[in-house]
Design a binder for this molecule. Structure first.
Ligand code: ADP
Ligand code: MG
Length: 238
């Protein structure tokens, strides 16, 4: 599904260069559910953005379904990303002046769906996340957990095969976090590939495997290629 080859990301700063990713090679097969863990600043968000076609590496390759993302023209890359990848962020990035339904319609509009179909699909997605009766509410009128569920519904709008989630439960109380994690589990069991950045060891344990990052590299003892699903959750290195 997804593969990196010696990916390096260096941020050029006035006070010197900062290395975000350092020669990172990894492989994520279709259907995998990977937790990415590591201390703050170790490159987790940089990795996720690079994997999703949102941030060009300084060198190295990212292959999404065998297409070298950063060898594509920017508009081709954006097209592939919209078709295949769904992002979930910690700050839900909902548009504050749009209703829940309208927020979900944005990617459908961008995909060129006609307005009636946008509304129908947004309705289905709101139902799926249990918010059908909140369709016409603005984000500020929803609880934090409900806002994250709207963001999840929006992520699912284009039926992505790959879901990249950057600490999606970081701002949520334990109960709501559990609910959002449960959605990710359900999406994975439908066959979608899920890559989750998390600080929560219990969530990481429930993923199929864990990749530990430190200083932009995978920590020793972590598999860089995978035998997805072969290990039971309890036997994975954390
Ligand atoms: P994490 O998500 O694990 O906390 P990040 O990927 O955000 O880590 O950051 C990795 C490193 O790259 C950090 O040292 C961070 O300060 C640096 N970094 C991240 N984004 C930028 C940026 N836009 N400009 C400069 N440095 C950055
Ligand atoms: Mg981060």
């Amino acid at each position: 599904m997804l593969r990196t080859e010696a990916v390096k990301k260096v941020y050029a700063q006035k006070r010197g260069n900062v290395t975000g990713l350092d020669d990172l090679t990894l492989e994520i097969p279709e259907g995998d559910f990977v937790a990415i863990v590591g201390p703050s600043g170790c490159g987790k968000s940089t990795l996720l953005l690079t994997l999703g076609g949102m941030l060009s590496p300084t060198s190295g390759k990212v292959l999404l379904e065998e297409q070298s993302l950063y060898d594509l023209a920017p508009d081709e890359r954006a097209k592939l990303r919209r078709k295949v990848v769904g992002f979930v962020f910690q700050q839900f990035n909902l548009v504050p002046y749009l209703t829940a339904r309208e927020n979900i319609e944005v990617p459908l509009y961008l995909a060129g769906l006609d307005p009636a179909k946008q509304t129908a699909r947004a309705g289905e997605l709101l139902e799926r996340v249990g918010l059908a009766e909140r369709a016409e509410h603005k984000p500020s009128e929803l609880s934090v957990g409900q806002q994250q569920r709207v963001a999840l519904a929006r992520t699912l709008a284009n039926d992505p095969r790959l879901i990249l989630a950057d600490e999606p439960t970081g701002n949520l109380d334990p109960e709501t976090a559990e609910e959002v994690f449960g959605f990710l589990e359900a999406l994975n069991s439908e066959g979608r590939t899920v890559v989750l950045v998390t600080h929560d060891p219990n969530s990481a344990k429930r993923c199929k495997r864990t990749l530990k990052l430190r200083d932009g590299r995978l920590e020793d003892g972590c598999t860089t290629t995978t035998q997805a699903n072969s290990a039971s959750p309890g036997t994975q290195p954390l």
